[in-house]
Write a protein that binds this ligand. Structure first.
Ligand SMILES: Nc1ncnc2c1ncn2[C@@H]1O[C@H](COP(=O)(O)OP(=O)(O)OP(=O)(O)O)[C@@H](O)[C@H]1O
Ligand SMILES: [Mg+2]
Length: 157
């Protein structure tokens, strides 16, 4: 059983990657799917727990920018003995703003939201409790380049 945590700026490609790679095998948990909920963190924890309890693998698709946000998710995964896998999406401000501009409707966020997230964004590391970590980059035609995480490598450069 896997608990996957996506990490990356808005428009870094997380939800697209979910659709192309995990939609048929993993439950999707995302705060974007609970716009009217007062306590999204609590609701998210409940949904993750409900899936893991039944042995279903989960993807948590938010920006998950900080160590603290990730820690509360990782803690639930450890409780149920799931493998904790992190996917960090290349988060260059310009690329993400450009892709965001091309979106429409609710998917398009104000640029200031992306600026706010990049200020909080902390790269993940194994010490947080990940069993596996990957570095994902958007490639041409809805493909993705996925590599194993190298802790000392310069990212987003
Ligand atoms: N590999 C790709 N090739 C081409 N376009 C892509 C690719 N991945 C994502 N996109 C496009 O980039 C935009 C942002 O992608 P997506 O919505 O998946 O980002 P996100 O990280 O889920 O953003 P948010 O955090 O705001 O939900 C979308 O318009 C999507 O179609
Ligand atoms: Mg998304």
């Amino acid at each position: 059983m896997e608990l996957m945590i996506f990490i990356g700026l808005q428009a870094s490609g997380k939800s697209t990657f979910f659709r192309t790679h995990f939609a048929t095998t993993h439950e999707l948990v995302s705060k974007d799917l609970m716009r009217n909920n007062r306590n999204k963190a609590r609701r998210q924890a409940q949904l993750i727990e409900a899936s893991l309890k039944e042995g279903r693998s989960v993807v948590v698709d938010n920006t998950n920018a900080t160590v603290e946000e990730r820690a509360s998710i990782i803690q639930i995964g450890k409780m149920y003995g799931s493998e904790i896998i992190g996917y960090y999406f290349e988060s260059r401000l310009k690329n993400c703003c450009d892709r965001n501009q091309l979106r429409s409707g609710k998917a398009k966020v104000p640029d200031v939201a992306i600026y706010a997230t990049i200020k909080r964004l902390v790269r993940p590391c194994y010490a947080e409790g990940f069993d596996r970590l990957f570095y994902v980059r958007v490639a041409e035609n809805f493909r993705f380049d996925v590599r194993e995480w190298q802790e000392n490598e310069v990212k987003d450069g």
